[in-house]
Design a binder for this molecule. Structure first.
Ligand code: PEP
Ligand code: MN
Length: 356
């Protein structure tokens, strides 16, 4: 249930509604909006009688949230949630940040070189896994803590915020010490104890769609994080398993506008895992920006042919630089701006165009 306050409701009236909700045995979550404050009831799913609250001073209406992914839904919050992972790098508004870097952190020199290269091309954040979820136990599993240290060095050298994966509950606190945004990978999308753990943190989370997950499954997984109190969640479409073997995954472009109509959370696109094919990353990256994605996640490596993971879907530096230029043109055509790299000059805005 969601209690929408009148636009002229006083702080005292809001406080009284909060107390009334708590007296009913629920947690009240006040959410100040641009127009008015809403107060959400967090608790179990049983239907509550809101008639008493509806009659209270300052209350405009009581909405019964019908979606199972309550706090994630647009019914719960009409305005977009803006997730800021570092000063100037926000997802969910007019800005579209590009997160780029290698699949894995392979060494200090490799990640620092990658960071410099993606920053020069126009990326706003650096990606790279220190803990890698690999299909085979014999494949490179990542450098672990040392990889996180190297990411921290790359951030110091370039100013790029870090997006990196937490693989399990045991390692999540360590990852949180280094990351500006914690990635939860496709294989862990329904690892509910891990979702709850990052939900208790105050760090932004990038939640990737599982490879056999529906859009509702993705939103329900995000709900686990919000239910614990962390609403700084960026969703990510990274392709689902299809029956065609010509691509690694079936990149679901329609997930972008669908999620945006169902949820207030930002959604970014990962055309690298989405296709698994280097020469298909750029067309799908361009398409994702055109479809309204709130960001891109792209695998780029100074020497993709030497990459220890996902080399075949990893862009060469010059391919990435070209993609950023094209993304800027496409974003501009729909009234959005590719977030400049840290320290780069922001381009003048060309007037506001409403997104369809
Ligand atoms: C990754 O981002 O490198 C990764 C492992 O992605 P996913 O979880 O989408 O497979
Ligand atoms: Mn990868």
């Amino acid at each position: 249930m969601l209690v929408v306050m009148r636009h002229d409701a006083t702080d005292e009236q809001v406080t009284r509604v909060v107390s009334a909700i708590e007296a009913m045995g629920f947690t009240a979550r006040p959410m100040p909006g641009q127009q008015r404050t809403s107060i959400g009831l967090v608790g179990n799913d049983r239907r509550v009688d809101g008639s008493g609250i509806e009659a209270m001073a300052g209350v405009a209406e009581v909405i019964y949230v019908t979606r199972p992914y309550k706090q994630v839904s647009r019914e719960w919050r009409a305005d977009n949630t803006i997730v800021t992972i570092a000063p100037g790098v926000s997802f969910g508004g007019a800005d579209v940040p590009i997160i780029a870097g290698p699949c894995s952190v392979e060494g200090e020199e490799q990640i620092v070189e990658s960071a410099r290269m993606v920053k020069a091309a126009g990326a706003a954040a650096l990606r790279g896994g220190a803990f890698k979820p690999r299909s085979s136990p014999y494949s490179f599993q990542g450098l672990g803590k040392q990889g996180l240290e190297f990411l921290a060095t790359a951030r110091r050298e370039t100013g790029l915020p870090i997006v990196t994966e937490a693989l399990d509950e045991a390692g999540a606190d360590l990852v949180a010490e280094y990351a500006d945004c914690i990635q939860i990978g496709a294989r862990n999308m329904q690892n509910y104890s891990l979702l709850k753990q990052v939900g208790r943190m105050k760090k932004p989370v990038l939640l990737k769609r599982g490879m056999a997950a529906t859009i509702v499954d993705l939103l329900l997984s995000a709900e686990y994080i919000l239910a614990e109190g962390n609403d700084q969640v960026i969703l990510c479409e990274r392709g689902i398993r299809g029956f065609d073997t010509l691509t690694r995954n079936l990149f679901d472009l329609s997930a972008i506008p669908l999620v945006q109509s169902l949820s207030h959370l930002p959604i970014v696109a990962d055309p690298s895992h989405g296709t698994g094919l280097r020469d298909k990353v750029t067309p799908m990256g361009r398409a994702a920006i055109a479809a309204g994605a709130d960001g891109l996640l792209v695998e780029v490596h100074p020497h993709p042919e030497q990459a220890l993971s996902d080399g075949g879907q990893t862009l060469f530096p010059e391919q990435f630089a070209k993609l950023v230029l094209e993304a800027k043109a496409i974003a501009g055509a729909i009234g959005r701006t590719i977030t400049p790299a840290p320290g780069a000059v922001r381009p003048p805005t060309r007037g506001k165009l409403a997104l369809g």
